[in-house]
Design a protein around this ligand. Structure first.
Ligand code: NAD
Length: 422
């Protein structure tokens, strides 16, 4: 009897991040000893800590903070609260942060953190106690000059405020620059909450220009409708794209004629999900990826586009708003099929760029207006887009490798300028 071969297992984000780096290191002819340093993370902290629950019981949580590299400045990266968070995933996200900050040329290294938790099962008071205790546990790494967290999946300005308060109380005075993505009233920045989606929109427009795609003819599917996905869908619609599908963890909605995103946002706000939007066809998250659209924006989790579905993607352009949504095996297939992928380390770098503006404003206690912030963001992203394309064209490689060439070279040059201590 002949049985069908089982599909090859999909590697985890850490293996994928290392593979991407290895490919870039090869193209750059990077010195093998520096290669060995950069393909590992510098510091990884695992913490287990008790939290008093509302019913008086104690529950132990596991969390992580990882710093991949700090050669170009303090470690920077978000905190993810997710039931499937792992140390390996956080290591990958930290490495991607290093390349992202280097690519947009802001003076930060890369970090990431997370807690293994389903926040939907916690009360607000439990969430606050867990966040504060975690902040205290990782404060041996955290600090405005050393390691600056920010929001990521299932974390938000309120959570950043609790972290800022905890850190400040432990030091005896307010230290707003210890986290970014805070509420405006305590040192947050104008434009931060929309920055990642704004950046995704800016590079989507640039990518369409490069490919000769007219915005009004570009149908878009966005997977994920959180901070990044919803802002992206909204700003892309305002820029003239036609948003035909959006989704969240509960499922997706599709209308080939395009949605009024303001109405979808209102429905999401009222019901907690995009599903059930009147007049839309229901699609699941796998189907959404394979819809007949020109542009696909994954804005949820890693490993969504793999060797298993890369052949079925109809979009000719993918802009990675999420971190690590496309595996290296899928990249090979997409490249062969002529699908252009704007890599995560550029596409979602608007968030960390405006986080950098927030940190600078906090350190100087002098705040800028939103128009100024959006203009500075656009300048930085357009410059990075251009540098990525120049490298990709020169080396005849993918945009992802073009972006890596710019980023990894900056880290290598910085390492060589600083030298090795002692
Ligand atoms: P979020 O928690 O605000 O939203 C996540 C969204 O994804 C929600 O709509 C959720 O329902 C949906 N989702 C969760 N699991 C899903 C699944 N299995 N299938 C489909 N949808 C699912 O998070 P966010 O801040 O919008 O982050 C989304 C992605 O963007 C992540 O990869 C994150 O690392 C990346 N990112 C975020 C920022 C930022 O500033 N927040 C910056 C850079 C990159």
């Amino acid at each position: 009897m002949v049985t069908a071969a089982a599909p090859a297992p999909v590697d985890g984000p850490w293996e994928n991040a290392q593979r991407q780096f290895d490919e870039a290191a090869e193209l750059l002819h990077l010195d093998p000893s520096l290669r060995a340093v950069l393909r590992q993370v510098r510091r990884e902290l695992l913490v287990r800590f008790p939290v008093k629950m509302d019913d008086g019981s104690l529950r132990t949580f596991e969390g992580y903070r990882v710093q991949h590299n700090t050669t170009r400045g303090p470690a920077k990266g978000g905190l993810r609260f997710h039931p499937d968070a792992t140390l390996e995933e956080v290591k990958a996200l930290a490495m991607w942060m290093t390349w992202k900050c280097a690519l947009v040329n802001i003076p930060y290294g890369g970090a990431k953190g997370g807690i293994v938790v389903d926040t939907s099962k916690l009360s607000t008071r439990e969430l606050e106690r867990m966040t504060r205790r975690f902040a205290s546990e990782i404060s041996i790494l955290m600090g405005p000059e050393s390691d600056i967290p920010a929001p990521d999946m299932n974390t938000n300005p309120q959570i950043m405020a609790w972290i800022m308060d905890t850190y400040s109380m432990e030091h005896g005075y307010s230290i707003p620059a210890v986290v970014t993505g805070k509420p405006l009233g305590i040192g947050g920045s104008e434009g931060r909450s929309t920055a990642t989606g704004r950046g995704v929109t800016i590079v989507s427009v640039k990518a369409c220009e490069r490919l000769g795609m007219k915005l009004s003819d570009t149908r878009v599917a966005v997977q994920g409708f959180g901070n990044v996905g919803s802002v992206t869908a909204n700003l892309m619609a305002q820029s003239g794209f036609k948003i035909c599908a959006v989704s969240d963890v509960a499922g997706g909605i599709y209308n080939p004629e395009g949605f009024d995103i303001a109405e979808v946002m209102a429905h999401h706000k009222a019901t907690g999900s995009v599903t059930g939007f009147p007049g839309a066809n229901a699609v699941n998250n796998q189907e959404l990826l394979e819809l007949d659209v020109e542009l696909l924006v994954p804005a949820a989790l890693e490993n969504q586009i793999t060797a298993r579905n890369a052949d079925d993607i109809k979009a000719k352009l993918i802009v990675e708003a999420a971190n690590g949504p496309t595996t290296p095996d899928a990249d090979v297939i997409l490249e062969k099929r002529g699908v252009t992928v704007v890599p995560d380390i550029l596409a979602n770098s608007g968030g960390v760029t405006v986080s950098y503006f927030e940190w600078v404003q906090d350190l100087q206690s002098f705040f800028w207006e939103e128009g100024e912030i959006n203009n500075k963001l656009e300048r930085i992203m357009v410059r990075a887009f251009k540098q990525m394309c120049e490298q990709a064209d020169e080396h005849r490689c993918s945009l992802r490798m073009g972006a890596y060439l710019v980023a990894v070279k900056r880290i290598a040059d910085a390492t060589s300028s600083r030298g090795i201590y002692p």
